[in-house]
Design a protein around this ligand. Structure first.
Ligand code: SF4
Length: 436
């Protein structure tokens, strides 16, 4: 049987698709690159925002209209099965054959068989307190970048977020298990490892914390850069800041989700820090490493957020000067505490005004921060021998995760090139290689 997997959402879903590929290959399923060729189509879904759900629903209908689409088995995996469980199982309108939640992938082969044998919708959406997919070999397409999920789930229950409901409680893999996987990646030629988790810096196993884990991964020959995402501001002890600042293999980039700048709104969001705590953490990070690249996530228009409270978000952005920011309008997610407790009462117009204002501000800050790199030399890890616009340029990333475009030279994918930065926009640096 031929299987095609399409992945939506975050890097965790990309990694989970690699896990699913590994499990299905073990059971002799063939992996194919297009829905047209496949007997079975899996959509690895995301439920973080409403438009992610809508995209998948539209895609399912489109797949059914493919040539032969009526006879293909279509399954949803990932977050939608656990966030919309009742609706998806009972709803005859969405033409799917089976659903499996993020902790059910080991049982996916039998679920697929069940759906082949019976026309009833098959489902397995049990969340686990222990599943970490230890011992499963993710099937990767190779390359210089590799992902490893070191913990799964989340215990924080931020009031706007579905993750604790779709992915269950926190659990971490053992250090040995993670290090073994990282060694395998390095042996396959991977230079940069991104350590993943819904709340990655709350990693905890057998008394070992996240700082210890990063140090252990950095001891592996061949691993040259280590990134991590997504951390929570509450889990940055001094020991972790020290490892990020001092371990040369750990990239000098911290993604530090702010969500809102106002302390009352942060409290309603149940973020467990206030404006002052957040700014104090940023100061501490900059004391450890003044040039640390900081990026963030922000939600505008959380229920009851006033104009004056929104100004606190503007204030934090101006004070921190993030290198970049992902800014979203609040979108109510069914089943979350915010949806139950607070009316979505900030108008669409207000949300748009606020997001436009923050995006403009961030663009100015990003441009100024990027332009400050002109004249500097950065080690760039080459990731592609072309860019979106040109095959005579190549691109890679700095330690701080800035995208750099440079004329194509002798360097290949996976090489580190010393690049002098000659120009910058808000989104990209341009430069010339000094050596390969
Ligand atoms: S920390 Fe908050 S936003 Fe992040 S996954 Fe957990 S509940 Fe969601």
């Amino acid at each position: 049987m031929k299987v095609y997997i399409e992945t939506y959402g975050c890097q965790m879903n990309e990694y989970d698709s690699e896990i699913v590929r590994g499990i299905l290959r073990e059971k002799a399923y063939a992996l194919v690159d297009s829905a047209e060729e496949a007997d079975i189509i899996l959509l690895n879904t995301c439920s973080v925002r409403d438009n992610a759900d809508r995209k998948v629903i539209a895609r399912v209908h489109a797949l059914r209209h493919l040539n032969g689409g009526a006879h293909k088995k279509i399954g949803l995996i990932g977050c939608m099965p656990t966030s919309h469980r009742q609706g998806l199982i009972a709803d005859g309108k969405l033409p799917i054959d089976f659903i499996a939640g993020p902790d059910s992938y080991r049982r996916l082969p039998s679920l697929i068989e069940k759906s082949i044998e019976s026309s009833d919708k098959a489902f397995d959406i049990r969340l686990s307190r222990s599943e970490t997919y230890s011992g499963v070999h993710p099937f990767r397409s190779g390359g210089v970048n590799g992902w490893i999920a070191v913990m799964r789930g989340c215990n924080n229950f931020c009031t706007f977020c579905v993750v604790p409901y779709t992915r269950g409680r926190e659990r971490s893999r053992s250090v040995d298990d993670v290090v073994t996987e990282a060694r395998e990646l390095a042996a396959q030629g991977c230079k940069q490892i991104t350590v993943l988790g819904q709340n990655v810096n709350s990693y905890q196993h057998d008394g070992h914390d996240f700082a210890y884990l990063l140090d252990k991964i950095s001891e592996i020959d061949g691993v040259q850069r280590i990134r991590f995402t997504s951390p929570h501001p509450k889990d940055f002890p001094t020991s972790l800041l020290r490892v990020v600042a001092e371990n040369p293999k750990v990239c000098k980039h911290i993604h530090l989700p702010l969500q809102a700048g106002n302390s009352r709104v942060l409290d309603l969001m149940h973020r467990t820090y206030d404006k002052e705590d957040y700014l104090a953490l940023v100061d501490k990070i900059k004391r450890f490493f003044p040039a640390m690249v900081l990026t963030t996530d922000i939600i505008v228009g959380f229920p009851t957020e006033t104009e004056k409270e929104f100004e606190d978000t503007v204030d934090v952005m101006q004070r921190v000067e993030f290198d970049s920011a992902f800014i979203f309008k609040y979108s109510e997610r069914k089943g979350t505490l915010a949806a139950k407790r607070f009316p979505d009462d900030v108008s669409a117009v207000k949300k748009t005004e606020r997001i436009v204002r923050l995006n403009e501000l961030q663009k100015e800050i990003s441009l100024a921060k990027n332009r400050a790199h002109i004249g500097q030399v950065h080690a760039v890890l080459i990731e592609s021998l072309r860019t979106k616009k040109s095959s005579s340029d190549m691109q890679g990333r700095t330690d701080g995760n800035k995208l750099v475009i440079l004329p194509r030279g002798d360097a290949g994918i996976g090489d580190f090139v010393q690049v002098r930065i000659t120009d910058a926009s808000a989104h990209v640096l341009k430069g010339r290689a000094l050596s390969t």
